[in-house]
Every structure is written in C-alpha cells, then in structure tokens.
Design a protein around this ligand. Structure first.
Ligand code: LCS
Length: 394
C-alpha cells in the first residue's frame, strides 16, 4: 500500500508498486525477453489493434520498462513517463513529436554539448528550426517566438555553467504564446526540483546521471501528460526504436531507491567543495548556485530544494594551468558524464561541449579554462585533499 502522505524518500523506496505478486520478491523482476507469446492468433491481432492489453515485443513495451515509467511519473508528479535508450533519444523523440517539418522551437543556449550537436547535425535534415537564446533573459525568449514555434526547451541547472533558468517565468511566456515548455531536469532530479509543478509541460532526463547514479547505465526519460506521452510512444519512439533494455530499466529502478540519500550527500559535498574552491588563492572563479556570488542564487533557492552536485571553476592562468591541475588529481576521475558516486572532473570546451564554436562558447559563458566537477559521494575530506594536492602542483 502506498500512502500519499509519505515523503519523497519513502516513496522512492516503496513507490514502484509493491512486491512481485508471484514470488514476493521485493526487487522487481527483470523481464529479459524480446518477445511475448500470444494466447492464440486472435489475441495477437487484438494486442496489435489495441483492443487487448498486454505485451508484444520489447521495442514496444516491456514490463520492467513499464515499472520504471510508473515510478518516474510518480516521482516527477506527472501523468505518464516514457523510458528511452539514452537521454539524447528522449530529447530527439520529444522534438520530433512536438515539431513537424517547417516548424521550430526555442532553446536555452547553454545546454549539454550533445544536445547542441543534435541541433546542428540532425534538425536541418528534418527541416525543424531551432533558435538558441540566453534564457536567463525572458525577453529574449518572448522575442524569438513566431507563429511556427511549437515549444520552448530549457536546461536548468545548465550544463556546464550551472546557470539557472526561471521555470515559472518560462511557463508563463510559453502558455501565453500557446506553446509547450520542456525542461531538462537532469542536473536537479525530481528530488531537488519538480518542473511539472511549476508549469512545465514535459520533463526530460538523461537518466544516465543521478537517476541511475552509479555510472553503469545509459538511459533517458520523458514525463508529461498522457496525450503527449502516448503520441511520443506510438508516433515516434516505437518506430525509431528508441527503447530502453529491460536490464537498464531495472538498474534505474534500483538507483531510484537511493536517489534522495545520494542527492543529499552530493549536495552536501558540493557545497563544501564550492566553498573550498571559492576561497582558494589559485582559483579565479567558481560557478555554483549555492554561492551568494552566483548570479541566480536567489532563483535557485526559490525553485530548487538544494543546489545539486555540479560545480564549474576556473584556475588562475586559464586552460594551461587547468590541464596541469586535472592531470594531477588522484581520487577524482578525468571523465565525461556526471551524477555518479565517483567524483568526475572534465574540461567542457574540449570534450562535452566541443560541438560549440569558439564564438558560441564565448556567448554561452563556457570559458576556455572552465573545469567541470561532478562531486561524488566519497568522504568530503578525501575529495578536498585531492583537489588541494592537485592545486599545489600548479
Ligand atoms: N541532458 C543533459 C543535461 C546531459 O548532461 C546529457 C548528457 C544529456 C541530456 C544526454 O544524455 P545521454 O544521451 O548521454 O544519456 N551529458 C553528458 C555530459 O555532460 N558528459 O557526458 C554526457
């Protein structure tokens, strides 16, 4: 039994629908099957016609995927969720569902470099237009919307500058203009921020990150109203084959149980690392929404329950010194991705955001020397000791 009064952590552990009715297993079964037997030929025809409920083929729907979708919809306070093979599959399918050829959307300009690369390489082939704006300025969003605009896409907190965008302000503009608001909630997770409760229409996740939480799965999620989610599933996702594997769906279900515990630790550690870096004489600048110096600190306080585990910083001496520092770390791992238990360090301009031109990097505030840190859940003393010894070497 699930009680509505339960808190987020209780729901994260108990929300996914109780024990397996057949065996009592408290961990949901992994239905590692590509296909499902029909009772007879009429049953097969009925399943395809949609007049009978059940499973056909795991590109269409799998019970483990369905359990994950139920849980994600529940935690994001949305009607229906869809699980995908990657965050990029989720973003691409959402775009193809909301926009037809000849239409366009508006996007915040500081976003994951892979999303920006998809805009540059894939959208022109589909004749879908995108205008990237500084979404911290709501006027720029409003000015960019025309009669062919179908949605507004924002990433908040943004990768890698940890810029914060006003979700309620964006929802107000989007709905006044008759378009949808789509929020990439990867950095915050539903534990820290629930965009659907602030007026967003669709939430997207790279579930590869904090949802999975252990650096072992690539996956994506969308959450939103049943009508749009069903259009997404039946109109695009199934046909392009953007499905998640049953095992990866199970890994995410397992990850969700500890999401609140991990996020608390990520937030606590990141706050301490940000304070350490902010006062370090070799550090030029720190980007972290929990610091009062962050330009949207008040907005972050208003729309998030805590500030997350992501930090960006720049060392005095820029890229050359930054590279030396990254090559000197011993505990932190030099790697892309984020939201893992392990602390990860990376240079966005040459890796995750290398799809941006030098001009676009400058416009988006991704400085050539910026270093991004995904603060893990290790002992805080060990993370700070490692950063400290690496900074001493430069
Ligand atoms: N949205 C955000 C905010 C992301 O950070 C990423 C991946 C994606 C979407 C795409 O998700 P994926 O297909 O990889 O599951 N971000 C990455 C990063 O910063 N380093 O490696 C991947």
């Amino acid at each position: 039994m699930i009680k509505k009064s339960w808190g987020f952590a209780t729901l994260a552990v108990h929300g996914s629908g109780g024990h397996d009715p057949l065996t009592g297993a408290i961990s949901p079964p992994i239905y590692q099957s590509s296909t499902f037997a029909f009772n007879d030929s009429q049953h097969g025809a009925d399943l395809f016609a949609g007049t009978a409920k059940g499973y056909i083929y795991s590109r269409i729907l799998n019970p483990t995927q369905e359990a994950l979708e139920r849980e994600m919809a529940f935690l994001e306070k949305g009607e229906v969720a869809l699980a995908f093979g990657s965050g990029m599959a989720a973003i691409t399918v959402a775009t193809m569902t909301l926009c037809n050829s000849g239409e366009n959307f508006i996007s915040s300009r500081t976003i994951y470099g892979g999303t920006h690369a998809m805009y540059l390489k894939v959208l022109p082939r589909l004749n879908i237009g995108v205008t990237e704006v500084d979404a911290t300025d709501l006027n720029q969003i409003e000015d960019a919307i025309d009669e062919k605009t179908r949605f507004l896409f924002i990433e908040t907190p943004a990768n890698p500058t940890i810029e914060i965008i006003d979700i309620k302000g964006c929802a107000e503009i989007a709905h006044r203009k008759g378009i949808k608001l789509v929020v990439d909630n990867t950095f915050a997770t539903p534990y820290l921020q629930q965009p659907l409760t602030m007026g967003a229409d669709i939430v997207i996740h790279s579930a590869t990150k904090y949802i999975g939480g252990h650096g072992d799965t690539v996956a994506g999620i969308t959450v939103g109203p049943k009508t749009i989610m069903e259009e997404m599933r039946k109109g695009v996702a199934v046909d392009v084959g953007a499905c998640i594997s049953p095992f990866n769906a199970w890994l995410l279900l397992r990850g969700l149980k500890t999401l609140p515990v991990r996020m608390d630790r990520h937030c606590e550690n990141a706050t301490k690392v940000a304070q350490f870096l902010a006062f370090h004489p070799k550090v030029e600048r720190v980007w972290f929404p929990g610091l009062r110096t962050h330009p949207q600190h008040d907005l972050a306080k208003a729309q998030m329950d805590n500030f997350g585990g992501m930090i960006a910083f720049e060392i005095r001496g820029g890229l050359e010194e930054g590279k030396r520092m990254m090559d000197a770390v011993e505990l932190c791992t030099l790697a892309v991705s984020l939201g893992d238990c392990d602390t990860l360090i990376v240079h966005p301009a040459s890796t995750t955001h290398s799809s941006y031109s030098p001009e676009d990097l400058e416009a988006t505030g991704i400085s050539p020397g910026m270093i991004r840190l995904s603060v893990g859940v290790e002992d805080i003393e060990d993370i700070i000791d490692d950063l400290s010894q690496a900074l001493k070497k430069i």
